[in-house]
Design a protein around this ligand. Structure first.
Ligand SMILES: [Zn+2]
Length: 168
């Protein structure tokens, strides 16, 4: 465990299969296993969650994880259950989403919880056609949708056309 990294546990996709736990013929009883495929193998889902939680504790990132979970709770548009949100937060944590400058919530999250990261990132002022007021995005956010010249609006989250504002 102590040699593990978040990259080792980063989930690539989920696996699922049913298998017989007892009985034969028509009396067979099946169980369904959900697994997480990651660099070190296909790990059963609840075990994977425990491993990631343990790694978070080991790396002293408990607070960061709680902040990520809180952030997801606040924006729970899909109304996921707590268990689902927790799983989602663990997935995003192994992906180091909070360090990813093309993450649509990069500015919002880091402004709130890690101001030193937000202030050391070069931000671009834009105004989006939906909300029509200035907001900040990163260069990477702009690049990630450059093919159709839209960004995720920093105010309402819609994909919108925008204008770059001259820097102050
Ligand atoms: Zn907007």
């Amino acid at each position: 465990m102590s040699d593990l990294t978040f990259a080792d546990l980063r989930s690539q996709y989920q696996t699922g299969r049913s298998y017989v736990i007892s009985g034969t013929g028509r009396n067979r009883i099946y169980e369904y296993r959900t697994g997480i495929q990651c660099a070190i193998g296909d790990i059963e889902k609840s075990e994977w969650c425990q491993m990631v939680q343990e790694l978070i504790r080991e790396k002293g990132e408990q607070e960061l994880y709680e902040q990520l979970l809180q952030h997801l709770k606040n924006q729970n548009y899909a109304r996921k259950s707590f268990k689902e949100l927790e799983f989602y937060a663990l997935q995003l944590h192994t992906e180091r989403i909070f360090d990813n400058k093309s993450w649509v919530d990069f500015v919002k999250f880091n402004r709130k919880y890690r101001p030193e990261i937000a202030s050391s990132t070069r931000l671009i002022w834009i105004t989006s056609e939906c909300c029509k007021r200035p907001g900040e995005i990163t260069q990477a956010m702009m690049d990630s949708h450059s093919h159709d010249n839209r960004v995720c609006c920093p105010h309402c989250g819609r994909w919108a056309h925008y204008k770059i504002l001259p820097t102050k």
